[in-house]
Design a protein around this ligand. Structure first.
Ligand code: IPM
Ligand code: MN
Length: 345
């Protein structure tokens, strides 16, 4: 019999609420013969206040034993900005070498978008997850004085760029439109821009069927609003990817439905799946959060573990639910129940 040994990190704010629904839908989707084992980890503000600690070596060793990680959200206003994010979330992405940060955007029928004319939106952003300005390389001198100087170094390695670009080409190759767009800012960021463009053009030679395109990140924000249909797969660095995927979510149904996977393609370490949204402390504990993004992240998790049919079932259930959702407000639990019923259906 098959078995999934899942690490569950509810985290802060609405994290617990949405993860509960995500697990409910996961259980509903799994065939009888698959045994789901879950172990919860108390990462986030609570642990930080209780022990002063963020991710420990023991956590890391334990987490390595899981097949995958489901995460709700990390970040809380009671802790200075960035401490929990860097101490838990980014540390996990870096230690487990989650270099492919996969963020699909699909505007489903019946779903509201701020864009005019209900455009076709169906693209995937492959955001690099372990380099760029996220590595914490930088410094400050004359801190707190009017002459303070702060630098934030963007780290881009040929190894890191090539592996994520190759992954994005392979994903583009597997999709009907077979189109890959590099998003960067090579007119200003001369060094990193050169490396990305160069590697992109080299790897492109291995994928002659894939149509390639390059757009500066600022222009990409225009196209995401005026012509999102032009995108199929986008590959970009960690920070640009962070920014454009929030915009991508906003135009394709909102942050309540945006899913992501932090993927270690080699399988050396467990991949981690989480909604793109944050902990939303303003609505935490009120049953107002939309668990759909977490449920769709569960679908990505299942697909990653080889459960393609079950992943597709969840995505179909979400599409059907969104199509019939209407405007009557539902609680987090009501949405989770509705999705679980459809999936089990
Ligand atoms: C995201 C988030 C994180 C990021 C934060 C919480 C560190 O915004 O997953 O997009 O910047 O990657
Ligand atoms: Mn973000």
């Amino acid at each position: 019999s098959r078995r999934i040994n899942l690490a569950v990190i509810p985290g802060d704010g609405i994290g617990q609420e949405v993860v509960t629904q995500g697990l409910k839908v996961l259980r509903a989707a799994l065939p009888q013969d698959v045994k789901l084992e879950t172990q919860e980890y108390d990462f986030g503000a609570k642990r930080y206040h209780a022990t002063g600690e963020t991710l420990t070596d023991t956590d890391v060793e334990q987490l390595k034993g899981h097949d995958a990680i489901l995460l709700g959200a990390i970040g809380d206003p009671s802790v200075p900005s960035g401490v929990l994010e860097r101490g838990f979330l980014l540390k996990l992405r870096f230690l487990f070498d989650h270099h492919v940060n996969l963020r699909p955007s699909k505007l489903l029928p019946g779903v509201a978008t701020p864009l005019a004319g209900q455009p076709e939106i169906d693209f995937v952003v492959v955001r690099e997850g372990t380099e760029g300005p996220y590595t914490g390389n930088g410094g400050t001198i004359r801190k707190g004085t009017p002459h303070e100087v702060a630098t934030e170094v963007s780290v881009n390695t040929a190894f890191g760029v090539e592996r994520v670009v190759r992954d994005a080409f392979a994903r583009a190759q597997a999709r009907p439109r077979k189109k890959l767009t590099l998003v960067h800012k090579n007119n200003v960021l001369a060094f990193a821009g050169h490396l990305w463009t160069n590697v992109f053009n080299e790897v492109a030679k291995e994928f002659p069927e894939v149509t390639t395109d390059y757009i500066h990140v600022d222009a990409a924000t225009i196209y995401l609003v005026t012509d999102p249909g032009r995108f199929d797969v986008i590959v970009t660095d960690n920070l640009f990817g962070d920014i454009i995927t929030d915009l991508a979510a906003a135009v394709s149904g909102g942050i309540g439905v945006a899913a992501s996977g932090n993927i270690n393609p080699s399988g050396e370490f467990p991949s981690m799946f989480e909604p793109v949204h944050g902990s939303a402390p303003d609505i935490a504990g009120q049953g107002k959060a939309d668990p759909t993004a977490t449920v769709l992240s569960v679908a990505l998790l299942l697909r990653h573990l080889g459960y393609e049919a079950e992943a597709a079932r969840i995505e179909e259930a979400v599409a059907a639910d969104l199509g019939e959702r209407g405007t009557a407000p539902r609680t987090t639990e009501e949405i989770g129940d509705a999705l679980a019923v459809r999936v089990a259906g």
